[in-house]
Design a protein around this ligand. Structure first.
Ligand code: ZN
Length: 362
């Protein structure tokens, strides 16, 4: 066994969709990748409207997440079919919990959101992070998809100088934000998922490798007392992203922050049961300030447009290395499986039984 190729991830997703038609359906976001590859996902469950969106592989050099999400899908489907639970080391999801996930939720999984990057990193440059965007006339290729989302995207305007982990230079190997917000088809596919599943209340973007579980915000430190300090307020442009400065911190609903922390700790605690590895829990900003990141985009949508539902945003930074040996990768894959299935079981446990469509307050 070893890491799967982008092609194997895609065919694996399609094979699961055809093998378990009663329990999942193929998800086909509308945009092919820059180089024309299909990006596919799975909608797991009985069709309940309450949904969790989980994405992997936005950063190509972080090799584990696409494999981890495909294996999680296979584990869940196999367990459901057999009426069994799931065991990852010392972590256990009971059979009734697996059943509840399927009966009450829709899990939307897109294991490999940046297949071009995965092909490039597997055939040319193992350190490749971005997509393969840009025209042939461009001197440099690719944008950092996790800086390309429409939340404080124009960091030169919205952030304090040199405060944020982002670059306007197309030749920056890691952090180029792209020519405009959501310029990249791979980014727009993730946006499409939010539009397609308006009852999705949770978004988890799986990356590597810290290890840690992060939650909103990444823009700046969290605060719940000054609601005017938000990414929408241009009066604070040029001030965002500095730690401990007292000038600006990002407003977050106090109840949301409690729930974000609760669910993050729930995942970290379950992950610890697998092999006693310690995933730190904190707001994304504790790593560094980010503009245009997927988790903050998820949680920004209802603030930018009050007609949209609230989506809590999380990042799992799995494992200790981008590309460990396969035996280590397998252990990290079990950790991701444990954390995400526990997360889903918790949400399923709070959706009213039978309806599959009940509202979950958070
Ligand atoms: Zn990453």
């Amino acid at each position: 066994m070893s890491y799967l190729s982008a092609q194997e991830i895609e065919s694996g997703v399609r094979r699961l969709a055809s093998a378990y038609p009663e329990h999942c359906r193929l998800v086909t976001p509308p945009n092919a990748s820059v180089e024309g590859r299909a990006i596919v996902g799975l909608e797991i469950g009985a069709g309940g409207e309450t949904a969790i969106i989980i994405v992997g592989g936005l950063h190509a050099r972080e090799w584990i997440p696409p494999d981890a999400l495909l294996y999680l899908a296979a584990d869940l489907l196999e367990a459901r079919q057999a009426g069994l639970g799931l065991t990852y080391g010392g972590a256990r999801i009971a059979a009734e919990e697996v059943a509840a996930i399927f009966e009450r939720l829709t899990l939307v999984l897109v294991p490999c959101a940046n297949p071009d990057g995965r092909v490039y990193r597997q055939t040319v440059d193992p350190d490749w992070r971005k997509n393969r965007g840009g025209s042939a006339a461009d001197a440099c290729v690719g944008a950092d998809l996790n800086r390309n989302f429409d939340v404080a995207w124009d960091f030169r305007r919205t952030f304090a100088p040199d405060a944020v982990s982002a670059s306007a230079d197309p030749c920056h190997k890691y952090l180029y934000v792209g020519p405009e917000a959501a310029s990249e088809p791979e980014t727009r596919n993730v946006v499409w998922l939010f539009d397609q599943y308006p009852r999705a209340g949770w978004f988890i973007d799986v990356h590597g490798a810290v290890p840690a579980v992060f939650h909103n915000w990444g823009l700046d430190e969290n605060q719940s007392t000054a609601p005017e300090q938000t990414f929408l307020n241009t009066a604070f442009d040029g001030q965002r992203g500095r730690a401990g400065d007292g000038a600006y911190a990002e407003f977050i609903d106090a109840g949301d922050e409690v729930e974000l922390a609760r669910l993050s700790h729930l995942m970290a605690d379950e992950i610890r049961k697998v092999r006693d590895d310690d995933y730190a829990v904190s707001a994304s900003f504790s790593l560094y300030a980010t503009s245009g990141a997927s988790d903050d985009y998820a949680y920004s949508r209802h603030r930018a447009d009050a007609s949209l539902g609230k989506v809590l945003g999380f990042v799992i930074e799995c494992g200790h290395e981008f590309q460990p040996d396969w035996s280590e990768a397998e252990a990290v894959i079990r950790e991701v499986g444990a954390g995400l299935s526990r997360f889903a079981a918790d949400i399923a446990g709070r959706v009213p039984a039978g309806s599959g469509q009940g509202a979950v307050a958070f």
